[in-house]
Design a protein around this ligand. Structure first.
Ligand SMILES: *Cc1c(COP(=O)(O)O)cnc(C)c1O
Length: 353
């Protein structure tokens, strides 16, 4: 740290992204990326001609992409915001709406507490229920903005649309942000509610279900007034935040919805098959609506499972937070990826008996 850093940033605990080690080839089940390549339409869209056009700035309004998203999801372009990854949208929302504080689950996406600290927001971290679910009633008299990942991470547990609506309706004086990074793997989207509630902000990403984590593209749906707020912040920070190649890739991806539906169906199948096998191996596994499983072994610690898997070339995500230290979050990959996981676990667990 230099002596020049603003005092309010000196104690900031930055977000820790999942590790990307280069020492060997791992079966990478630690950052919830898709195991599938983007569809050919996306690869073709990022053409030599588009690369040659990189001398020009991208369209700061992202008009074509917004219109395509609007058509795809049955909303108006004025209900759509796009940004450099959904993390950017979360950042903007915390910047804009956390002035009266922010309330989110105590176990959820690690970035929420980082943004709260970054903007000096009073944060209320609501404990999960004993079964790791979210009780909507805990958010009916919430302080400030409410942020909920649905399905939640790292648990994978989803709220129903009715439950989400009850939270949005009970917080009419504050923005309720529903982070739907994993909704395509079995959750119910709150998108149908945006016309009814002007305080609802639904955040999505191309990073998980659309195989474009490296392109950095997030999008959001809300009332035109909320979208205008986010645009104001974007134009006050970095109007060209989405590069030309990502704009064309994001547009082309929306013409390959069938491809992505098949990818999601395969991941859901692999998830259910893997959950069964994990249970046979002595794990308890939370019911997941996401592209990962959150699992704890009956007798081996989470840290030991994590280390034993890494040694055997399989990377999963372990969080050392006390309540969840016994668990690991396991991204669902291809059938072969999951076979490698199970084989590594059999060896690890068998070796200890
Ligand atoms: C992965 C993830 C994000 C971030 O997605 P990007 O679009 O890649 O920035 C946001 N929220 C949750 C809950 C996530 O798991």
């Amino acid at each position: 740290m230099s002596r020049f850093l603003a005092p309010r940033l000196q104690a900031l605990d930055a977000y820790t992204p999942g590790e990307q080690p280069r020492d060997m080839v791992y079966t990478k089940l630690n950052t919830n990326e898709s195991p599938f390549a983007p569809p050919q339409a996306v690869i073709d869209a990022v053409s030599a001609a588009e690369v040659a056009d990189l001398r020009l700035y991208p369209d700061p309004t992202c008009r074509q992409l917004k219109e395509k998203l609007a058509a795809t999801y049955g909303v108006k372009a004025e209900n759509v915001f796009v940004a450099n990854g959904s993390d950017d949208i979360l950042n903007f929302a915390f910047m804009a709406y956390s002035g009266n504080g922010v309330t989110y689950p105590a176990i959820s996406y690690g970035f929420y507490s980082v943004y709260a600290a970054l903007y000096g927001a009073a944060a209320v971290e609501v404990p999960l229920k004993e079964d790791f679910g979210i009780d909507p009633a805990d958010y009916f008299a919430a302080r400030g903005m409410v942020v909920i990942a649905n399905p939640n991470a790292p648990t994978g547990i989803a709220l129903s649309l009715d439950q989400v609506e009850s939270i949005v309706a009970a917080n009419a004086e504050n923005v309720v942000l529903i982070d739907e990074a994993y909704v395509d793997f079995g959750g119910e989207s709150a998108l149908p509610l945006i016309d009814k509630y002007d305080n609802l902000l639904v955040v999505r990403t191309y990073s998980k279900s659309r195989s474009l984590a490296g392109a950095r593209l997030g999008f959001a749906f809300a009332s035109p007034a909320i979208i205008a707020d986010l645009e104001k912040i974007k134009y006050s920070t970095n109007p060209y935040a989405i590069n030309r190649l990502t704009l064309v890739a994001g547009h082309a991806a929306l013409e390959a919805e069938d491809y992505y539906k098949n990818c999601c169906a395969e991941i859901i199948k692999n998830r259910e098959d893997t959950a069964l096998k994990l249970r046979e191996l002595g794990f308890s596994v939370l019911p997941s609506c996401a592209n990962f499983l959150f699992a704890k072994h009956e007798s081996i610690s989470g840290a030991e499972i994590y280390a034993g898997l890494k040694q055997r070339g399989v990377l999963v995500r372990h969080f050392s937070k006390p309540l969840i230290a016994d668990y690991n979050r396991i991204t669902i990959g291809t059938k072969e990826d999951m076979q490698r996981l199970i084989a590594a676990l059999q060896e690890l667990i068998g070796g200890r008996k």
